[in-house]
Design a protein. Structure first.
Length: 211
């Protein structure tokens, strides 16, 4: 099973991807991880991507597609994978169709207003744990390791608003793209991670019900 994971910033894609990868034995492929691995490895594609990143520029779609194509050609993808962070726009989706066979597009649907609250209220720890101020009861330290929690610099209304706008303009059109192919499964992302995960698993049991 090869899956494209969609969802706006703050929709919980990372959390769900991790749980889904474990349950369905899928390889979780994050575009960010691919970039970092290629740059660290000093590959030809990695050096090209780094040349744009170092200038503060976006990596061109063509380069991003080449990196993903190279990753999907590796043997460990044969048992199935979940793409997280790719494709980000229609050009990338159409290119993906040229070198990969996607079974489903899983869209985690959360209202934009709720996403703003989720991200701006997020507090994180250096150990990797993440919380929301509404569940901390005033606590300022990590419940797991006791270290001080902090707010990421980009978890502010201005930056989050810009990210959501970019998602709406560039990535959201992929919902209709995969819907037209009969591959879209859209799940309500409002609720606890376990509740959302249960909805996703139920939806995947009945692919005939996909939108």
């Amino acid at each position: 099973m090869n899956v494209v994971l969609l969802g706006a910033p703050g929709a919980g894609k990372g959390t769900q991807a991790s749980m889904l990868a474990d349950k369905y034995n899928l390889l979780h492929i994050s575009t960010g991880d691919i970039f970092r691995a290629n740059i660290k490895g000093g590959t030809k594609i990695g050096k090209l991507a780094k040349s744009y990143i170092d200038k503060g520029q976006l990596v061109p779609d063509e380069v991003t597609c080449d990196i993903v194509k190279d990753r999907l050609a590796q043997k460990d993808t044969s048992c199935g994978y979940m793409l997280d962070g790719f494709p980000r726009n229609l050009f990338q989706a159409k290119e993906l169709d040229k070198f990969a066979s996607i079974d489903y597009c899983l869209n985690i649907d959360v209202p934009l207003g709720l996403l703003m609250d989720r991200i701006c209220g997020r507090r994180v720890c250096t150990c990797g744990e993440s919380y929301h101020v509404s569940t901390l009861g005033g606590a300022t330290t990590c419940l797991k390791c006791g270290k001080e929690l902090y707010q990421r610099a980009d978890d502010n209304p201005e930056t989050v608003g810009a990210r959501l706008k970019t998602y709406t303009q560039q990535t959201a059109p992929l919902i209709d793209y995969y819907k037209a192919q009969g591959k879209l499964i859209s799940v309500d992302g409002n609720g606890s991670p376990k509740e959302v995960f249960a909805r996703i698993c139920e939806a995947l049991k009945a692919p005939a019900n996909r939108i």
